[in-house]
Design a protein around this ligand. Structure first.
Ligand SMILES: [Fe+2]
Ligand SMILES: [Fe+2]
Length: 174
């Protein structure tokens, strides 16, 4: 079944949003590094790589379906400065919540077009968003728990630096 134009467009747009997410987290990583949160800066760098993988997954899927991919400009991150390490992670959570809304919209577009295969492919992204939001909520909780205790925030930051890139492959059909 050839992918319908509205589904192709929605997938391409979502690919661009994932690349934007990567750039946003790269910007956050830079801010964190400049503001003496090296572990968190590394955590965000790993997050950048995860977002690249999300974008690449969509690209590969569009190629698999044999349709053209819209390669668009990636916008400069809206924000380059944050008030605190807490503010960085609150921004990240808000961004993930927005991404969740968008992915759900893409699912609806694919479902309305009767493209069950595309809906099934997007399942991975729907599940992934639950983890993405939970990760950021967890980071926020940990920062709040350490607020006012410089020592414990340092320990937390060190722990953040131990994140490993899972490099989880997005399941492709065929
Ligand atoms: Fe993503
Ligand atoms: Fe994400």
């Amino acid at each position: 079944m050839r992918m319908k134009e509205e589904v192709r467009q929605a997938f391409s747009t979502q690919m661009n949003r994932e690349y934007y997410s990567a750039f946003l987290y790269l910007q956050m990583s830079d801010w964190l590094n400049q503001n003496n949160w090296p572990g968190s800066a590394y955590w965000m760098y790993v997050q950048y790589k995860e977002e690249l993988a999300h974008a690449q997954g969509i690209f590969e899927y569009l190629q698999y379906r044999g349709v053209e991919v819209n390669i668009d400009k990636i916008a400069k991150p809206e924000q380059q400065e944050w008030e605190s390490v807490l503010a960085v992670f609150e921004s990240a959570l808000a961004h993930e919540q927005q991404i969740t809304t968008w992915i759900n919209e893409v699912v609806d577009i694919a479902a309305d077009a009767g493209d069950k295969a595309a809906v099934l492919f997007l399942d991975w992204y729907v599940v992934e968003q639950v983890e993405e939001e939970a990760n950021q909520e967890n980071n926020i909780d940990n920062i709040k728990a350490g607020e006012g205790m410089a020592g414990s925030l340092r320990v937390w930051d060190k722990h953040m630096g131990k994140r490993e890139f899972s490099g989880e492959a997005i399941p492709m059909p065929g």
